[in-house]
Every structure is written in C-alpha cells, then in structure tokens.
Write a protein that binds this ligand. Structure first.
Ligand SMILES: *Cc1c(COP(=O)(O)O)cnc(C)c1O
Length: 385
C-alpha cells in the first residue's frame, strides 16, 4: 500500500467504526445561539460558559492591545523577550490562581504537555486519574516517567497504589482534573492533597473547566475546597472566552517550567493581544457572580428535566451534563435528531470516552434564557429513542 492508499484506508476504517469526525460550518460569533449550516440553533456544546467569547469589554481590551503592542510576539519569550502585556497578564493570573507566579502558554494542550514533561522525567513516577484529559496523558508520555493509573476519583485506590509503587528517592506527582471534562464530576481534591502531603508527592490540578464557573469569584474548585495544589493549570479558551492557557505555582516551580517545558521554550509566545484578553477576562470572571448563578440554575434545571424525561444522566453538580447513549451510532443519531429540532449538542465517541460510553455532552451557557433551556428540554422530549 502506498501513502495515498493508506490514508484512504484509514479514513474508511474510521467511517466503518462510526468514529469519523467532522465539524459543522458556523457563521457569525460563538454565542448562546449559532448560525450552523445556515440555520439558527441553540448552542449546547461549547465551553464558552459565561458567553465571554464576544464580551464587549474583552474585545475592546484586545483592540487597545493591538494598537499598543501589535499582534505578534516575534519569537519565544527567552529569545525576543517578555512583553509588558505578558508580564502583566502573568501577574494577574498568578493573583487569580492565588499562587506566587504564573506562565502563559498558547493553549491548554500545549501547557499540559509542557508542564508534565518539565516536572518529571524517566526516574519519576506519576499517579494519574483514569479519566484525565488527552493533553495530560500526552505530557506524561513525553516525560517518559512511569505512569500509574488510579481509578477515577478514587482516593482509596490511589492510596493503595502510592503505598505499593512509591519507591523512596523517586520523585512522585499526582495529576488530576478538578472538574472532569467528559463526566462533569469532581476530583476528591482534599483527599488527594492529603495523600500528596503524606507521600511527599507533588499535586498538579488541571482546572480547565472549573475556572470562571466554580468557587469564590470563579477561582475554581481548589479555591472552593481550600486546597492549594503545587501546580495549577487553567485554560483561557473556555470560561475566559479567549485562547491560551497558564500554569501557576511557586516561583521555583514556574521557573523550572519556563526552563524545561518544550512547548514553552520552542514555541512563539502568545500574542500580546491575548495576554491583554487574559488580564481583562480574569477581572470579568471575578465580577461574574450573577452569570455564574444563572448558569448554575440552567444546569440544575437541565439535569432535573432530562432525568424526568427518562434519560440517563451522570450525577454531578456542574454545567457539563453527560447524557449516556452507548455506541457511536445511537450517539450521533440522537445528536442529528436534536439538530433537526434546532438544538446543537455534541456527541462524544471513543477515544475521547471509553468504548461503550458514548454520550451527548450537554453544556448550557450563562447567556441562555430560561425559555431557551425549556425549549431545549422540549426538543429532548420530542426526539425518538
Ligand atoms: C480543554 C482542555 C484542555 C485544553 O485546553 P485548550 O486551551 O483548549 O487547549 C486541557 N485540559 C482539560 C481538562 C481540558 O478540558
């Protein structure tokens, strides 16, 4: 088989398994309703939780930054320097995360890959929640550390594995998301922090979905539970409404990451305009108590209404509402039927979730009205199952 045949064959294999992915065409900005394939539909599939992707204050901060510092960063930070907006953004984000220091990355994916590869190496051991995000998994692979997977959100299993696997002298890291991206449930952060302390392990928490949504002033689940991890990761692409990411921790941990993370050292720094967006949205997020309360009402109504309709919803108290569908074909069929009724929801298939655990990942936004949430429930009531 030559290259062209191999590519064609692999695409056909994805088709046969019902796993070929494609993106719908959206016209206009990301918002509570979208123009998709020429139709106006309710958007229940984005992580733009607070509707900040087109927030006027955020857009004007970016316009001002473009005028002041231009668009491109020119090179990586160690080559062409940390611009004023980079430095100010990192101070804002460190403050937001209640940590001593922070470093900007171009995306959460790049951040996770770089941070884990920077913090551990082949002589170390990483304890990883079974459901951790692909970017965390890829960072562990790149680090070449030994990886021990513990059962999802199960501190007892982690305790057993720490006791049996942790050899003295080896560096150890516990890695978890706080609000899990596909299951919408929480990590037992207090128990994990206690285990980390007892075993001298570092604790790395990815707050991608929790920042802006949970905790006092939207500071995340760690802040809500009073847990101070060694290193916290946040993306600016979700509730922050923009693009990019940051890692926060002690001065030393962040300095080590700046020195060793390949996705930081060998990649052009984020645009100063995105750094300005980070400053503006961390302020907006802190002041968004009203939108957060509204969002909470929406997810609670959706969860309750869908359960009353007889759907199987994974338990949780978060805006990520997983409606379990099983195999790829029924997952995508339900997503198509809902689209026909004006509701845009994303069907999630392997390898994003385990085989047999396909689902619709339903996500409301703070900018939705209660009427829109009721319309969504009516669409779910009307589809054939
Ligand atoms: C989305 C996500 C990321 C990646 O962040 P991006 O900024 O979108 O690259 C990392 N971790 C988790 C848990 C995520 O859900």
């Amino acid at each position: 088989m030559d290259f062209r045949e191999r590519v064609g064959e692999r695409l056909q294999a994805l088709d046969r398994e019902g796993l070929r992915r494609s993106a719908r065409a959206v016209d206009g900005p990301q918002d509570g309703q979208l123009w998709v394939d020429g139709r106006r539909v309710l958007c229940l599939c984005s992580n733009n939780y607070l509707g900040f992707a087109r927030h006027p204050a955020l857009l004007s901060a970016v316009r001002e930054a473009l005028d002041a510092e231009g668009l491109g960063a020119g090179a990586s930070r160690q080559i062409s320097g940390s611009m004023q907006l980079h430095r100010r953004a990192e101070a804002s984000l460190a403050d937001f995360a209640q940590q001593a220091a922070s470093a900007l990355f171009t995306s959460g994916y790049a951040c996770n890959v770089g941070v884990l590869q920077a913090l551990v190496g082949p002589d170390d051991i990483v304890f990883s929640d079974r459901l951790n995000h692909a970017s965390l998994i890829d960072g562990m692979r790149l680090s070449r550390a030994q990886v021990v997977i513990y059962e999802h959100a199960d501190p007892d299993d982690l305790a057993r594995k720490l006791a049996s696997q942790r050899a003295a002298g080896r560096g150890a890291l516990i890695v978890t998301e706080s609000l899990f991206s596909m299951d919408g449930d929480f990590a037992p952060l207090r128990e994990l922090a206690e285990l980390a302390r007892a075993y001298g392990a570092g604790l790395v928490v990815d707050e991608a979905h929790a920042l802006g949504v949970l905790g006092p002033e939207g500071r995340g689940l760690c802040a809500e539970l009073g847990v101070a991890p060694d290193v916290v990761i946040g993306t600016l692409g979700k509730a922050f409404g923009s693009q990019g990411a940051f890692v926060a921790g002690s001065e030393a941990a962040v300095d080590l990451i700046r020195n060793r993370a390949r996705s930081y050292v060998y990649s052009t720094a984020p645009s100063p305009a995105l750094a300005a967006a980070a400053i503006a949205s961390s302020r907006l997020v802190r002041d968004a108590e009203g939108p957060r309360t509204k969002l909470r009402g929406h997810w609670q109504r959706l969860r309750q209404g869908l359960r009353e309709l007889g759907y199987r919803i994974l338990p949780g108290d978060s805006p990520i509402v997983p409606l379990m569908t099983g195999a790829p074909e029924p997952t995508m069929a339900l997503s198509r039927q809902l689209f026909e009724r004006g509701v845009f929801v994303h069907g999630v298939r392997p390898p994003t979730v385990p085989v047999g655990q396909g689902r619709l990942r339903i996500v409301p936004m703070a900018t939705h009205s209660l009427e829109e949430i009721e319309l969504a429930l009516a669409a779910f009531a009307g589809v054939q199952r």
